[in-house]
Design a protein around this ligand. Sequence first.
Ligand SMILES: [Zn+2]
Length: 343
Amino acid sequence: MSVYSWDEVGKYQNDVARIIKNSYRLNRISHAYIFEGPNGTKKTSTAFLYAKSLLCTNSDAFNPCNECHNCRRVENRTHPNLFYVKPKGKVIKKEQIKDLIREFSKASIEKGPRIYIIEEAEKLNLTSANTLLKTMEEPGQDIYQILITENYNSLLKTIISRAEILHFKPIDRNLIKEHLVKQGIAANIANSISEYTVDMGSAIKFAEDFKMINIIKLVTEIHNSFLVKNLSPILLFKESSQDVFQDQEITDFFLMLMIFYQKDILNYQLRHLDSICFEEEIETIKKLADKIAQKHIEQNITNMLGLKARLKYNINNKLAFDKMLACLERGYKYATYCSGNTV
Ligand SMILES: [Zn+2]
């Protein structure tokens, strides 16, 4: 886990950072938080930052120093006062919570605050939740708890009522793009990925995955082939179709990028240049935009969105994608168009 700060949290989750910092300032730090929000919104990193801020021996206005023994042990997840529980399989087992409570009472615990973080807390079953509740009800102890969940409505009401809920919002696409570019990812790739997902974790995973990078390349090659008479997009696709169909996520990514590219052509015509995703392809986009009327691009996009909706019904993907490419090719090369429902 990289070094994370409250300023950084503020960039992604302004409300969360503000509430925690204010509570610290007013000496009203809550002993039980529920961090709630969709996947990829940095709930876990924020929970560990919170633990670090509580344990740091040199913290300044709740900002950990990142250098002291405690900070380093939180970073390495070896601090004896910090407990992290993740579900084993589909549930958090009663034994896991019992172990946690047993660990808490051990002599190896150091003085100072004790913190536990429970990931996917909605997977606590009734017994685990009840065992946990008991610790939440013991006042006066220097115990802090963070329950992390994507859906706090599935937590027990009794747990919700004892904790303060902090809502984590989906991260702004521009911040994801900025982050990827900072990591040295090309603008084209950072744009495509941040258009596709607002889950920071998946975005980083995609950017490091050569399979995803190859898909981005394929989409640009296919669009370039619309401008070259003897290049066939269907053949290009055929050469890579194994990659595209190797799993559902990649198939979906490919189709979404094809749609983004069509939207880029439309945005170019509308002079919405700021909204263009494949910005390094601007020359190709310009040429393609000259070859097609706005209503036909709109039709293409509608057809492709229709195809995306049908993908989950086990249609013959290969045939459907070939048809889509043939339609696009006819439009750009020969100005003949497919009507709706033919893709
Ligand atoms: Zn420190």
